[in-house]
Design a protein around this ligand. Structure first.
Ligand code: 16G
Length: 249
């Protein structure tokens, strides 16, 4: 069956089954789910879908816009709408204090970073409080887009006291590898996870539509001495991760 046959309205469009754009959206979703509308293939043009389904172009556009918002379809300037490649979700254990580089290496993936900010700065009040910084002290900050296997995964902003990381420029790939070498790798961490909707700039960097679901994870990690080593806020793509915690009695 090709896309045009699949969209013929006799098979799915009903009089009393709710708004027509919702019915069309559901039909397209089921085509994507079953693989009939394959990843990276193009969707027939709006005009053609309108002809096949006998729906108005406004209705067709509305259905497609919802699929774009859901991240199932991508609109490429000048060349139409395409089915997006689904993200393979990754399971991430919440019981080991590992780094992004280690997590991805464990899955056979190489990581790369796009640097957004890296240097020594005056701390914000939140950094002062979290890192117990004394008045007048500065903070090392690294902000990067983290990619694995060439795909953007998370935006991460880490802040560390200068005695833990005096020179943030030393970090070229893994922050934890640098801390390890310096003998200040954290041994314990507390994480707070919250659901968010990604704002335009964040969504753009993560290659998802504005407002897409994301996970915000704030990690505060500690040295064996009890000193706070790191305050990091990571924004993960919501379609990329499942966080898994093991519970025992
Ligand atoms: C992880 C940590 C982050 C840490 C980073 C170090 C979470 C939620 N966050 O992304 O706190 O700074 O790893 O990674 O897991 P790196 O050693 O690869 O730079």
């Amino acid at each position: 069956m090709n896309a045009a046959e699949f969209l013929r309205p006799e098979a799915w469009l009903g009089q009393n089954e709710g708004p027509r754009y919702v019915q069309l959206r559901q039909r397209l979703e089921s085509g994507i789910e079953s693989g009939l509308l394959a990843p990276n293939s193009s969707l027939p043009p709006e005009r053609e879908i309108a002809e096949i389904t006998e729906l108005s172009r406004v209705t067709v556009r509305k259905a497609i816009q919802e699929l774009v918002r859901e991240g199932l379809i991508e609109q490429r300037q000048g060349s139409g709408s395409f089915i997006r490649e689904p993200m393979n979700r990754m399971e991430q254990s919440l019981s080991h204090l590992t780094s992004f580089t280690e997590d991805m290496a464990g899955r056979g993936m190489e990581t790369t970073s796009l640097w957004l900010e890296r240097g020594v700065f005056l701390p914000t009040q939140a950094e002062k409080d979290a890192l117990n910084l004394s008045d007048g002290s500065e903070v090392a900050r690294i902000h990067r887009l983290r990619e694995a296997g060439g795909r953007p995964m998370a935006l991460e902003r880490a802040s560390l006291p200068l005695d833990v990381l005096p020179n943030p420029l030393e970090v070229t790939t893994s922050l934890y590898a640098v801390l390890d070498q310096r003998g200040v790798r954290p041994v314990r961490a507390v994480q707070k996870i919250s659901a968010i909707n990604l704002e335009a700039r964040e969504a753009g960097l993560l290659h998802v539509p504005e407002g897409a679901a994301g996970l915000s994870i704030e990690r505060t990690s500690y040295l064996a001495s009890g000193r706070v080593a790191e305050l990091t806020r990571s924004l993960y793509r919501g379609d990329a991760y499942d966080f898994v915690a093991e519970l025992r009695l």
